[in-house]
Design a protein around this ligand. Structure first.
Ligand SMILES: NC(=O)c1ccc[n+]([C@@H]2O[C@H](COP(=O)([O-])OP(=O)(O)OC[C@H]3O[C@@H](n4cnc5c(N)ncnc54)[C@H](O)[C@@H]3O)[C@@H](O)[C@H]2O)c1
Length: 458
């Protein structure tokens, strides 16, 4: 079959896979190929069990795979064939050398740029999909144009705003698509070409164009703002617990102000995921590099509150359970960093589990999609950790339950059955405020929500 356009995406991860599946689904005239250096990941994308869980993803992949969506490890061939190359490789926090623990590690990014330069034999549009420090496009361009060949590479910034767990919905009906370009003729032409692809299914008023630096920076700032809302409400939970105020009531009253809005005001054990922490650290590092220490400290506070919230949760457990967790069995309900994903990167459950192990608690971990990742995250730790998907089996004989992830299934369990099977006195620590606390208390549990008065029988 002859396709109108050939698109390549380098990096078949949580972003590359779903975004390209959506483009293939909406643009049957485009051939979309996704490549990765990870052979196992590509094998999974070509199998019945995809490497990531995302509601609605299976259907789209199955409908398009082999028609106009292809997953492959042939990077050289992919680069040669494509007119538009999305780069969606990982950009984790750098763990060594200058900027360790803060700056973005751009080694995968740079390797990709060099690969593109080596194999390209015609002009290409290169689209930054990964989240990058502002000014990365400049570095990219320098690498791509560092020899005297005649090939022209036009670099665009098109950061991805999807959220895991709702990726397909977010891709189908995004609040906005942002495309940054240089303001030269070639830059604008390339930008328009990308706009046309998205305009196949997204209303034009939602496709926003900007200069390339604004686009790169907007993604970091958007994530910093989202994380800031979580840390803001979480900072208030500590005060609520001291004053018998109820954070849900406070959040409702605050969020009804249309200037504030009611989304992202749910108190919890803290944010996780591969992006928020790394992107704020990246923003903080950029500010410091430009000598803007006050701005850096301001955003650093968002991360500090997030760490504080996880510590506070463990201290609440310890205090409630008579200041010792040694030898007690604690069941964690959920391990994913949020519901509807199997992703556990930076999940608050990881640090909470580690702290509980330090306190010598025995852990039983339950999650409908994330147990494989949980096993890897806690590998090599001294301590007793067991993994059981079934929440009834997992909680059997435990002293305490702690909700780590807001999976819907935990709301609807038969808690009378759970209570009867647990050691007494039984405790529930609801790290997501999703359970019916009053009812649990009536069943006999001692209930510790976040940011509201505890309900105890003592
Ligand atoms: N996960 C999210 O929710 C999300 C949302 C928006 C933006 N982002 C950003 O998108 C980018 C990718 O994130 P992700 O979660 O998809 O990461 P990921 O780790 O799931 O996927 C990245 C993939 O790139 C591959 N890769 C690395 N170097 C390569 C190379 N030289 N050639 C080919 N493949 C290579 C890796 O093997 C991996 O499979 C990051 O910059 C992230 O900040 C992520």
């Amino acid at each position: 079959m002859k396709f109108e356009k050939s698109i390549l995406c380098i990096g078949a991860g949580y972003v590359g896979g779903p975004t390209m599946a959506m483009i293939a689904h909406k643009c049957p005239d485009c051939k979309v190929t996704v490549v990765d250096i990870d052979k196992e990941r590509i094998r999974q994308w070509n199998s019945d069990v995809l490497p990531i869980y995302e509601p609605g993803l299976d259907e789209i992949v199955k409908a398009t795979r082999g028609r106009n969506l292809f997953f492959s490890t042939e990077i050289e061939k992919g680069i040669k064939e494509a007119e538009i190359i999305f780069v969606s490789v990982n950009t984790p926090t750098k763990l060594f050398g200058a900027g360790a623990g803060m700056a973005a590690d751009l080694q995968y990014w740079e390797k990709t740029a060099r690969q593109i330069k080596r194999y390209a034999d015609a002009d290409k549009i290169i689209v930054e999909k990964s989240t990058l420090p502002v000014k990365t496009a400049l570095a990219m361009e320098r690498i791509l144009t560092s020899s005297d060949n005649e090939i022209h590479f036009e670099v665009l910034s098109n950061p991805e705003f999807l959220a895991e767990g709702t990726a397909i919905k977010d891709l189908e009906e995004p609040d906005r698509v942002l495309i940054g370009s240089k303001e030269t003729d070639r830059g604008v032409r390339a930008r328009d070409e990308l706009v046309e692809i998205y305009a196949t299914w997204i209303p034009r008023e939602r496709i926003v164009t900007s200069n390339i630096w604004s686009s790169e920076l907007s993604k970091l700032v958007a994530n910093a703002f989202l994380a800031q809302r979580i840390s803001s409400i979480n900072s208030v939970t500590a005060l609520c617990e001291k004053t018998d105020a109820d954070v849900t009531e406070v959040a409702r009253a605050v969020g009804m102000d249309s200037r504030v809005g009611n989304k992202f005001l749910k108190a919890s054990i803290g944010f996780g995921g591969s992006c928020f922490k790394k992107d704020i650290l990246n923003l903080v590092y950029l500010c410091r590099q430009y000598g803007l220490d006050e701005v850096a400290s301001y955003w650093e506070g968002v991360i500090r509150i997030n760490e504080y919230q996880k510590d506070r949760f463990v201290l609440t457990m310890l205090g409630a359970m008579f200041n010792t967790l040694a030898g007690k069995r604690v069941c964690l309900f959920g391990f994913a960093f949020k519901a509807d994903t199997g992703d556990t990167r930076e999940s608050p459950a990881i640090s909470i589990a580690k702290r509980l192990i330090e306190e010598r608690a025995e852990l039983v971990i339950s999650d409908p999609k994330a147990l494989k990742n949980a096993v890897k995250d806690l590998e090599g730790l001294d301590g007793t950790v067991r993994y059981m998907e079934d929440p009834y089996e997992a909680s059997y004989g435990c002293d305490a339950l702690a909700v780590m992830t807001e999976w819907g299934l935990y709301k609807d369990l038969d808690y009378e059955r759970v209570y009867r099977s647990m050691a007494q006195p039984a405790f529930i620590f609801d790290g997501r405020n999703i359970l019916d606390h009053k009812r649990l208390f009536e069943i006999g549990f001692n209930v510790f929500p976040i940011g509201k008065p505890a309900l105890t029988h003592f």
